[in-house]
Design a protein around this ligand. Structure first.
Ligand code: GN1
Ligand code: MG
Length: 349
């Protein structure tokens, strides 16, 4: 049986443990909020089925936190690493798995939903700021923690392998497959451009969804990005697509174009310093592609028996896939307005 106190004691956190509580709703890793008499911290067990070599995650995190710490006016930060007593950044063994401890960023909160356009603009700014700060750290200094993450055609190929086995599918799955089919060619749009050398590899967050940014409870401003396991080389377009995917879905399930415009405005205020014309050109594709990709990932996991994402009931991945495809359908319905919004953001900035 896992004794969490035994794990905590292996990290350089001072004071006796007062409490340990589960933290956040992540679908991959396990996170705990730790309080001792003298300190607070976040303890996480990395899912080694998803991340086969978590040492790479920690090496990337160490480099990036050190890099940001050198910027006098960074404006945004990442949680620091609390080292282990063994001299490394983590503890690991066969039985209990791979654990790391990170700084708890106090007086801050994450948001399930944005309250207004000002918050949306700040969210966009905080992502653009992170991207901008990372442009002067050479991309080849970072290791790949999760190969082919956000390579949509790879997820599509995985789904097609399952379908090729000829299993009988329920009607709602058939409907989703019918939705996916006409979009298969388009799903390679970013990969084709990347492989032609038209889109540069940059250091990206990889999972910059709304609830991975912490806002200060004092100033209301974004202060830190968390969930850094996919901080690795990739396309910056994956990040802006994923940010809008997570933050622009309104209560009615529709894509909120005003929120999208505000996020893009905040992001571009920083990102215009480095974005290439080809990257700018593909922003609308990325906004549509990320919900498509996540829908495919949820659906595939459902068909494979819910092995990747944590679920609390067997149909959860299927319902989540449906929501992503509905979001994409609405993005497509508003594509002309989205294009115009993005053009306005670029010309007004
Ligand atoms: C996973 O565990 P969590 O929620 O931070 C996933 C993301 C998805 C997200 C959907 C490594 O992140 O790509 O967007 O679920 N992370 C990984 O909720 O697969
Ligand atoms: Mg994550």
């Amino acid at each position: 049986m896992l004794q969490i106190a035994k794990i905590i004691q292996q990290f350089k956190i001072p004071g006796d443990i007062i409490s340990v509580a589960p933290l956040g709703g992540g679908l991959i890793n396990e996170s705990f909020f730790i309080m001792t008499r003298q300190a607070k911290a976040v303890l996480q067990r990395i899912n080694t089925n998803v991340f086969p070599d978590p040492g790479k995650i920690m090496a990337n995190l160490r480099q990036v936190t050190a890099h940001l710490a050198r910027h006098p006016n960074a404006g945004i930060r990442l949680p620091g690493i609390i080292p282990a007593r063994n001299g490394k950044d983590w503890v690991a063994d066969e039985e209990d798995g791979f654990w790391r401890m990170l700084e708890y960023i106090g007086h801050s909160e994450n948001k399930a939903r944005l309250a207004n356009l000002a918050e949306a603009e700040m969210l966009g700014w905080s992502l653009g700021r992170l991207h901008c700060l990372l442009t002067d750290l050479a991309v080849d200094r970072l290791q790949v923690t999760l190969p082919d993450f956000h390579v949509t055609p790879s997820y599509l190929a995985q789904l097609e392998r399952i379908l090729a086995t000829g299993t009988t599918l329920p009607a709602d799955v058939e409907k989703m497959i019918d939705f996916i089919r006409p979009r298969r060619q388009w799903a390679s749009v970013l990969e084709i451009a990347k492989n032609k050398g038209a889109l540069p590899l940059r250091i990206i967050h990889g999972d910059p969804k709304l609830d991975n940014v912490l806002f200060s409870k004092v100033t209301g401003q974004p202060v830190a990005w968390v969930d850094l396991d996919t901080l690795q080389p990739g396309l910056v377009l994956y990040d802006i697509g994923d940010c809008l995917r997570s933050a622009c879905r309104g209560k009615n399930g529709k894509f909120d174009l005003d929120i999208a415009g505000a996020i893009l405005k905040g992001w571009f205020a920083e990102a215009k310093a480095f974005l290439t014309p080809a990257e700018c050109h593909h922003v609308p594709d990325a906004i549509a592609l990320l919900p498509f990709e996540l829908g495919i990932r949820f659906l595939t996991d459902y068909l494979e028996g819910n092995r990747y994402f944590k679920v609390s009931h067997p149909e959860e991945n299927l319902r989540k896939a449906q929501k992503q495809f509905e979001l994409l359908a609405d993005i497509e319905a508003q594509s002309a307005s989205l294009q115009k919004t993005w053009e306005d953001v670029q010309s007004r900035s």
